[in-house]
Design a protein around this ligand. Sequence first.
Ligand SMILES: NC(=O)C1=CN([C@@H]2O[C@H](COP(=O)(O)OP(=O)(O)OC[C@H]3O[C@@H](n4cnc5c(N)ncnc54)[C@H](OP(=O)(O)O)[C@@H]3O)[C@@H](O)[C@H]2O)C=CC1
Ligand SMILES: O=C(O)CCC(=O)C(=O)O
Ligand SMILES: [Mn+2]
Length: 422
Amino acid sequence: MTSQPSTPVTMVKPIVEIDGDEMARVMMHSIRENLVRWHVALDLLSFDLSVTNRDATQDAVTREAIDALLSAKVAVKCATITADRAKAREFGLRHLLPSPNATIRRRLGGVDFREPILAEGIVPLVRGWDQPIVIARHAHADQYLAQDLRVEEAGTASLVFQPATGGPTVVREIATFPSSGGVLLGMYNYIESIESFAKSCFEMALSRRMPVYLSTKSTVLQSYDGAFVEAFERVFAAGYHAAFAEAGLRYEHRLIDDVVAYSVRSRGGFIWACKNYDGDVQSDFVAQGFGSPGMMRAALVSSREGAMLFEAPHGTIPRHFRRHQRGLPTSSNPVASIFAWSGALRERGKQDGSEALRGVADAMEQATLDTIAAGTVTGDLAAIRNESDWATTDDFIAAVAQRVRGLLSARTQDPISSGSTT
Ligand SMILES: NC(=O)C1=CN([C@@H]2O[C@H](COP(=O)(O)OP(=O)(O)OC[C@H]3O[C@@H](n4cnc5c(N)ncnc54)[C@H](OP(=O)(O)O)[C@@H]3O)[C@@H](O)[C@H]2O)C=CC1
Ligand SMILES: O=C(O)CCC(=O)C(=O)O
Ligand SMILES: [Mn+2]
């Protein structure tokens, strides 16, 4: 740090900080200490959702974090390990707990909007893309709250629905298994949640002036995916048809294979409404196609109680963390994590009427883009530019920090652009 900190901005209400694992945790901490704390007197409600602490608390810490988020309304989340059997052995875990993301999203519901961060000097790997593709990922249920089962003997599996009113039970046979067994999956969603997903997508389309494409496989899953198609049509016809026509925008349902192909030959510039699993997968495809998994922002807009959660959509980057643990320099891209912090600060500023907090968020994002434009990039971006020179994660964060200080001190000295500090 070369210059003195400006007077830190004070916060009216706290941000819920949801901590996580491995390289993502290292980056989130470094951004908090070297970028954010320099300018903001942080008021954080912190919850340690590292895989070992979730195990030690039998996941109580996840439930506490969600309660805090529903009350404080704004959270920043670090990527967390979802332990499979191999990870459980590696960390000596006593329980095989569900994905904390699935648990959080089950309570919050809503939509996870994931958008690539476009930066000067980074040419997308998909050459035609010059406008962002915004993935609107339905954040509720499907595979993430499913029952999946392995059966090891011959038998019959059925879907059973028991009406709460006591009406006749509906039984649909799924399969008869041979003695070698097989696998089974039972998943669900709620019409109410799908309608709220549709509404959020149409609202986002109007605010961003982008068309919406919903992708499903309704030809195969006629009832399940058909319900998504019908809910979107219903919500569109009831509340958005006229506004879309006036704005010159379109809504269309298309089969997912068609949208995947279309996305590659398009210039971008649309909202891609995806079912939960499709959005998980396609957001990584879109992030990498624009440059890197480290170059995507994500905001989970809850359908309940106005809560918002900001995160980097990539994982904990274990391959890079192994290097970090051995004391070797790492060059994981911290941009998505910087934007997770800035997203939370901006939303906190918006909800609490703090121009100063929003100013810090803007400066963090501007400084990040300026740093990349000036040629300081991490290894992932250097690789797609065929450059052998790259910055370590620490060097990149330090370069951004220096620019943020420059931007904010210039604003403080300019009486027109400087706001209050609360
Ligand atoms: N939101 C969440 O909490 C999420 C958690 N996870 C969890 O993360 C763990 C690891 O998952 P994994 O499948 O390895 O996925 P990751 O996203 O962690 O990493 C996959 C690969 O993508 C590249 N990559 C990802 N992020 C960056 C970045 N910021 N900068 C540069 N390169 C990047 C790296 O490629 P290379 O090695 O080639 O450089 C990395 O090895 C799992 O336990 C999983 O459950 C996964 C996704 C989301
Ligand atoms: O919750 C998980 O295990 C994975 C989450 C994930 O991949 C995502 O949020 O994109
Ligand atoms: Mn994912």
